[in-house]
Design a binder for this molecule. Structure first.
Ligand code: GLN
Length: 307
């Protein structure tokens, strides 16, 4: 079998042309463009074997990210396994909002690690999965002290590997939502929790991903309810909670935040125009700053964030 025959086989199996090219290039350890110039290159037997196995999985609905073992998110290449939700582009809305609150400069890359110093804003990502949110924030805002939780040890192993590969120091804690960080407070709390309703027919198409990362069951809001309810005990005054939610859950999540006593409650839309993330500020007085800053530092250390 040569390259052309392999891609023809993919077509017959009903696998998307670009997916097939990406998979074949991956197994050949070549850039995708190489395939076009090497139509008649014979495939080594083990490449043929792995590629045809992947075609079957892809045709059955396995996410391309699991077959490749990686996914790009917020400009970073993250390792993913079936232990974690595949990072979605919508979640970049949450990261961008967090970075704006932290006063990170757009495009700023990791620099000198300054976390842990007095005044470093403390950030928590609840239910981190692959670590997508925590690692993106830590990379773009090296001054932040970033923690992340997950209930699943397998997910924490993926998050740990991603943090290490990308050179970020992230404190990882195993446990359900806030119980993983009992007694700790943060200036910024972030989460992309499971929010699909338990009887949503879309879950069938997502069957390869961990179910507990997609749905809390019921109406889909239970995890968001727990995160909002626990936030006041874990946020400093003036701190923010930002959460991702379903396209039709904006009003419900804003109501949860307002009822819990959050201020400046607002929602951001994703690129498709859907309400995707909502957040609010906890216990901010009239003189509150518009950026999140660490509460333990000296005024001077935080001056660049104050507006
Ligand atoms: N946005 C994902 C989807 O609908 C779900 C992610 C989540 O539940 N946090 O496929």
């Amino acid at each position: 079998m040569d390259v052309a025959a392999a891609l023809a086989l993919a077509r017959r199996r009903g696998v998307d042309r670009l997916d097939a090219q990406v998979l074949l290039a991956h197994h050949l350890a070549q850039p995708r463009t190489w395939l076009i110039a090497h139509d008649d290159a014979p495939l080594p037997a083990e490449v043929q074997q792995r590629f045809t196995a992947d075609l079957e999985s892809r045709a059955a609905g396995a996410p391309l990210a699991y077959l490749l073992g990686e996914r790009e998110f917020h400009g970073l290449r993250l390792a993913v396994t079936p232990a974690v939700l595949v990072p979605r582009p919508e979640t970049e809305v949450l990261v961008d909002w967090a970075l704006a609150l932290l006063g990170a400069q757009p495009g700023e890359q990791t620099g000198e690690q300054t976390d842990g110093q007095p005044g470093a804003p403390r950030v928590i990502d609840l239910g981190t999965g692959s670590g997508a949110i925590a690692v993106s924030v830590a990379r773009r805002c090296p001054a932040a002290r970033v923690s992340a939780t997950d209930i699943d040890a397998g997910a924490l192993a993926v998050a740990r590997a991603n943090a290490q590969a990308l050179g970020c120091a992230i404190e990882l804690h195993q446990g359900s939502w806030w119980s993983a960080v009992a007694g700790q407070r943060f200036e910024l709390a972030l989460s992309n929790p499971p929010y699909i309703a338990g009887d949503d027919p879309h879950l069938a198409a997502l069957r390869y991903e961990p179910r507990h990362a997609l749905t809390p069951g019921g109406d889909g809001l239970d995890a968001l309810r727990m995160i909002v309810a626990g936030a006041p005990a874990h946020l400093e005054a003036g701190g923010w909670l930002l959460v991702e939610h379903g396209f039709d859950q904006g009003a419900a999540v804003r109501a949860l935040l307002v009822d819990a006593g959050f201020e400046t409650v607002q929602t951001r839309r994703d690129l498709a125009g859907h309400e995707r993330c909502s957040g609010g500020r906890w216990g901010a007085g009239p003189a509150a700053e518009s950026h999140v800053t660490g509460s333990r530092g000296t005024a001077g250390g935080d001056a660049k964030h104050a507006t």
